[in-house]
Write a protein that binds this ligand. Structure first.
Ligand SMILES: Cc1cc2nc3c(=O)[nH]c(=O)nc-3n(C[C@H](O)[C@H](O)[C@H](O)COP(=O)(O)O)c2cc1C
Length: 354
C-alpha cells in the first residue's frame, strides 16, 4: 500500500527535482522524524522486518539488508535508518580531509532503466568532524543497528601517500565502527582504483591491518573487522589477486560491488561520466559475487551490493553466495519501504556465519 503510494504519488514529484536536492530533503525528513521520538518508534515498529538475524565476522546483524555507502555520507541519519527496516548502515565514504566533491550537477537518473549515474567525488565533512558527530550521537541515541564506516582517499593526497591518508582516517573513526570498509573502488576520485592493483594494495591492506591490531591491543579490544569494497570492472585474474591480498592480510570480508564505469549497450543512459548503479549493474554484481563465493568456497564473508531492484535480485545474490546485502539505487526507485520488503523476502534464510 505505502509502496504504491510512493511510486504513484511521491516518486513522480521527486523525479521532477534534482536528485541530490531530493536526497538532501530525504535526510532532512529522517532527521525531523528523529526529533520526535514517538514518531521514530512508530516507524521502527511499522517497518520492523521479519528478517532473521545474521552473525557475520563477529557482528550481529538484525537482518540481511543494509544501506550502502553514499546514502549517509556525513553520518547525519545513520541512527534513524532502523525506521526504514534496515539491518545495518554504512556511512561514508569519509576522507581524512573535508572536501566539497565535484561540481554539481553530479547525480543523474535514467528512469526507464532504473539506474543512476553519479560522479559525487566523495563530498564529506572530513574524518574529524564526522567522528565528533558520531561521538555526540552515540551519547544521545541507543545504537539499534551495526554501523559500518567506509573510508576513502582524500582527493588532494597523491596516490603514493594514500596509506598515511587512509590510516589517519581509520584512526579518527575506528572508535565508533562495528566494521570498517576500505573503499578503493569509487570511479570518481582520480587514481583511486589503481589502489586495487598489486603495486599498492598489499602495502595498504597490510598497514591498515597492522594499525587496526595495534590500536586494539592498546585498548584491550578485539581488532575491528576490516572489509574491502571492490569495483565491478575488475577482470577475474584481478579479483584473484585481490583475494590473495585479502587472505594474506586477514581482512574479514569483501563488498562486491561499487558502481561501474561500463555502459552496457542495451540500456539507454545519459551521456554523463561517473559510476552507474541500479538495474544495469545487477548482472555484473551477481557474476562477481558468484565468482568470489566459488573461489573462496563460500568461506569469505561477502556483502552483495549492486542492482538490487526487487526481491528476485536479492534472492539471486544470496543464492550466489552473498551473506548480507546492501541497497542504494533500489531505495531511490522504490521508496522508504523497500528495505523491509527485501529483508522480509529473505526471512526464511537463517544461516549463521562467523
Ligand atoms: C549517489 C551515489 C553515491 C555513492 N557514494 C558512494 C560512496 O561515497 N562510497 C561508496 O563506497 N559507494 C558509493 N556509492 C555506491 C553504492 O554504495 C553501491 O555500491 C552502488 O550504488 C551499487 O548499488 P546499487 O545498485 O544498489 O545502488 C554511491 C552510489 C550512488 C548512487
Amino acid at each position: 500500500m505505502m509502496d504504491i503510494l510512493y511510486e504513484k504519488v511521491c516518486r513522480p514529484l521527486f523525479f521532477r527535482m534534482d536528485p541530490e536536492k531530493v536526497h538532501e530533503q530525504a535526510i532532512f525528513a529522517l532527521r525531523l522524524m528523529g526529533k520526535v521520538p514517538l514518531m521514530h518508534t512508530l516507524m521502527r515498529r511499522y517497518n520492523a522486518s521479519k528478517g532473521k538475524p545474521v552473525r557475520l565476522f563477529g557482528v550481529d546483524f538484525p537482518n540481511h539488508v543494509g544501506v550502502a555507502a553514499g546514502f549517509d555520507k556525513d553520518a547525519q541519519a545513520w541512527h534513524l535508518m532502523d525506521a526504514l527496516g534496515y539491518g545495518f548502515v554504512e556511512i561514508g565514504t569519509v576522507t581524512a580531509l573535508k572536501q566539497p566533491g565535484n561540481p554539481r550537477p553530479r547525480v543523474f537518473r535514467a528512469v526507464k532503466e532504473q539506474a543512476l549515474i553519479n560522479r559525487m567525488g566523495f563530498p564529506n565533512d572530513g574524518a574529524e568532524q564526522i567522528a565528533a558527530r558520531l561521538k555526540a550521537d552515540l551519547r544521545k541515541h541507543k545504537r539499534h543497528l551495526p554501523l559500518g564506516i567506509n573510508i576513502g582517499k582524500s582527493k588532494i593526497i597523491p596516490i603514493d601517500q594514500a596509506v598515511a591518508d587512509y590510516t589517519e582516517c581509520f584512526l579518527a573513526l575506528a572508535d565508533y565502527a562495528d566494521y570498517m570498509v576500505v573503499n578503493i573502488s569509487s570511479p570518481n576520485t582520480p587514481d583511486l582504483r589503481k589502489l586495487q592493483g598489486d603495486t599498492y594494495l598489499p602495502d595498504l591492506l597490510g598497514h591498515l591491518q597492522k594499525t587496526n591490531r595495534e590500536r586494539a591491543k592498546k585498548l584491550g579490544q578485539n581488532p575491528l573487522p576490516l572489509v574491502l569494497k571492490i569495483a565491478p570492472d575488475l577482470s577475474y585474474p584481478e579479483i584473484d589477486a585481490i583475494l590473495t591480498h585479502i587472505q594474506q592480510n586477514e581482512f574479514a570480508g569483501l563488498i562486491a560491488t561499487n558502481t561501474t564505469v561500463a555502459r552496457p549497450p542495451q540500456y539507454h543512459l545519459p551521456a554523463e561520466t561517473g559510476g552507474l548503479s541500479g538495474r544495469p549493474l545487477s548482472q555484473k554484481a551477481l557474476d562477481i559475487v558468484r565468482y568470489i563465493a566459488l573461489r573462496t568456497e563460500g568461506k569469505l564473508p561477502l556483502i552483495g551490493c549492486g542492482g538490487i531492484m526487487d526481491t528476485a535480485d536479492a534472492g539471486r545474490l544470496m543464492d550466489a553466495g552473498a551473506h548480507l546485502l546492501q541497497i542504494y539505487t533500489g531505495m531511490i526507485y522504490h521508496g522508504p519501504f523497500f528495505a523491509r520488503e527485501i529483508a522480509d523476502s529473505l526471512s526464511w534464510r537463517q544461516r549463521d556465519w562467523v
